[in-house]
Design a protein around this ligand. Structure first.
Ligand SMILES: [Zn+2]
Length: 292
């Protein structure tokens, strides 16, 4: 078992309030509820002007991205980059999939939602349970839920055998049917960001395009993010090239959106990897906030 109990979503609400209250013009709130009723929390800091939205933990067994993003937010709030928030406002949605993260980190081990997840997992014995779980607690992959080539994603994933609720890669019965994805979609519409980044693990890669769409400035910004972090800027592979959050954002807004695969290894990356992953992610996020 590579599960870690060194970090869990339990304290994140308090951590969010503390972080937001330290940052200039800090604000925090709830943008929706998960399947299990957990609060989906956002917070923001900085003055008006350029708008950046940073998200983490769409995927349950990529939960280490949530503490990575929170560490960065704490540093940003503390004024580590002077002037960074003078004409930029940064929004955070650090835990897109709280129920799935509870499952993978061993915080959810009983009850009807757990038992349902267990019986879904039993149909896919090739995926370790709960370590291989990426989906929300109902078996919908939250990063295959967005209205950007969803039918295409469905075709690809169904053909690969992910044609019903599953630990990963099931697109759901319709776009935005999962409350967690629908809530983030609405939050994004409310914020209308100039730039979004979705943190995932793993591979040390930055994905930037949707199909052949290249928003103005997206390549140059992607190259700057790559230079800052040492990660590689790449095109999204065909099999995962649809219905993701950044896909929808690029299609909807024609503005730069990135999926960043943090760290290296097998998911879930153990919490002991945190210190070795953070410096590159920190540099990448700072670059995104300071302007590409
Ligand atoms: Zn992912």
């Amino acid at each position: 078992m590579k599960n870690s109990t060194e970090w869990s979503p339990r304290g994140i609400g308090e951590q969010i309030l503390r972080t937001a209250s330290r940052g200039p013009n800090g604000a925090a709130g709830i943008y929706g509820r998960s399947v299990a009723g957990a609060a989906l929390r956002w917070f923001a800091m900085g003055r008006s002007g350029r708008r950046v939205l940073l998200t983490a933990a769409h995927h349950a067994n990529e939960w280490i991205t949530a503490p990575l993003l929170m560490r960065f937010a704490g540093e940003l709030a503390a004024g580590t980059w002077p002037g960074a928030l003078d004409d930029t406002r940064v929004w955070f949605a650090p835990l897109v999939n709280p129920d799935g993260v509870n499952l993978v980190t061993g915080q959810l081990t009983s009850g009807s939602l757990y038992e349902n997840a267990q019986s879904i997992a039993a149909q896919f014995p090739q995926v370790p349970f709960p370590d291989g779980w990426k989906a929300n607690i109902r078996g919908v992959d939250l990063n295959l839920q967005y209205p950007a080539g969803w039918e295409e994603a469905k075709k690809i994933k169904y053909a690969a055998g992910w044609d019903r609720p599953a630990p990963r890669d099931y697109v759901g019965s319709a776009p935005l049917c999962a409350p967690e994805s629908r809530a983030l979609y609405r939050l994004t519409k409310r914020v209308s960001p100039d730039l979004v980044i979705a943190l995932h693990t793993q591979g040390r890669v930055i994905y930037w395009r949707y199909l052949d769409l290249e928003p103005p400035g997206a390549q140059a910004c992607g190259e700057a993010l790559a230079a800052a972090s040492g990660y590689t800027l790449e095109d999204t592979p065909y099999a995962s090239g649809y219905a993701g959050y950044k896909d929808w954002f690029v299609l909807e807004y024609d503005r730069p959106g990135y999926t960043v695969e943090c760290g290296e290894g097998e998911n879930p990356l153990p919490y002991s990897d945190f210190d070795s992953i953070y410096p590159d992610v920190r540099a990448l996020l700072a670059q995104a906030v300071l302007g590409c």
